[in-house]
Design a protein around this ligand. Structure first.
Ligand code: SAH
Length: 266
């Protein structure tokens, strides 16, 4: 559970993390080295210290919409969760670019474009909130936070203790009572929460584990990256599996690039 009541948001980096020292009018905006200020489209005033990140986030959401994301609830959730709070302070100013970023232990936070696309696929055909959802690969907890606005309950499993702890820390300030962080091997799913109204994986294996299919509710969907085959393990595609009374319906979508699904914990 992440619904602990310790306000610690002050420890998290603000946005932008760091700007060149206070600029007078007419002083050109310079990039502060590796912490590049994204959002050259913003006015100098907007780039000033103490800027609220919501303008940059809205601009990210506008781009997602242009890329073809149409689900208003997904876009609203992406506009609401502060992605910059989930990355290291050195990367804060890249947080609203459509790029994956390292989160430690060799793992990455997925691109906003991919997160919104997967959530849209997960929700397809649903006008209201999804019920209980299982996420495999908590990572830094960002997608779990977005999901918490779209589902009644989110069970999110991570196999790396370091990231499980990091997600707990990242999510604490949000006090999301409907997010349940679990440490374990997500290949086995999480039977105690089943059946799920949706299952979403942030790591790709060669096949979808049978446990995930078993734990999917009738009529529900699973969205996961799956490797194209043993011959080309690096090539992955997004796969949507629907459980219907007539059997499983699988649709292979576009190519994606996710970290590998691994078994066991570490
Ligand atoms: N949704 C995450 C993305 C993290 S990357 C975010 O928003 O940050 C995918 C994560 O899947 C990695 O942290 C990796 O450790 C984890 N993972 C890989 N195989 C797993 C498994 N079998 N069970 C649980 N987590 C797994």
């Amino acid at each position: 559970m992440v619904a602990q009541r310790q306000p610690d948001a002050s420890k998290r980096p603000g946005f932008p993390a760091r700007l060149d020292s206070v600029r007078g009018p007419g002083v050109p905006v310079r990039s502060p080295g590796p912490v590049a200020i994204s959002g050259a489209h913003l006015s100098r005033q907007q780039q000033g210290l103490g800027m609220d990140s919501s303008a940059v986030r809205q601009s990210m959401v506008d781009k997602l919409a242009k890329q073809g994301v149409v689900d208003a609830q997904v876009l609203a959730a992406m506009a609401s969760i502060e992605r910059h709070r989930f990355v290291d302070s050195a990367l804060v100013n890249q947080a609203y670019e459509d790029t994956s970023l390292p989160i430690g232990l060799g793992q990455t936070i997925s691109k906003p474009g991919v997160v919104s696309r997967m959530l849209e696929l997960l929700r397809e055909g649903n006008n209201g909130r999804l019920g209980r959802v299982l996420e495999i690969g908590t990572g830094c907890g960002y997608q779990a936070a977005v999901l918490s606005l779209l589902a009644t309950e989110v069970y999110s499993i991570e196999r790396l203790r370091g990231l499980h702890d990091k997600a707990r820390e990242n999510l604490r300030h949000l006090r999301l009572a409907n997010v349940h962080l679990l440490f374990g091997d997500g290949m086995a799913g999480y039977a105690k929460g089943a059946p799920y109204a949706g299952i979403i994986a942030a790591a790709g294996g060669e096949a979808v584990p049978q446990a995930w299919i078993d734990q999917l509710a009738m009529g529900a969907r699973l969205v996961a990256p799956v490797s194209a085959g043993a011959s080309s393990p690096a090539k992955q595609a997004l796969v949507v599996i629907e459980k219907t009374p007539q059997g499983l319906r699988q649709t292979v979508m576009e190519a994606v690039h996710f970290v590998p699904l691994k078994s066991g914990v570490a």
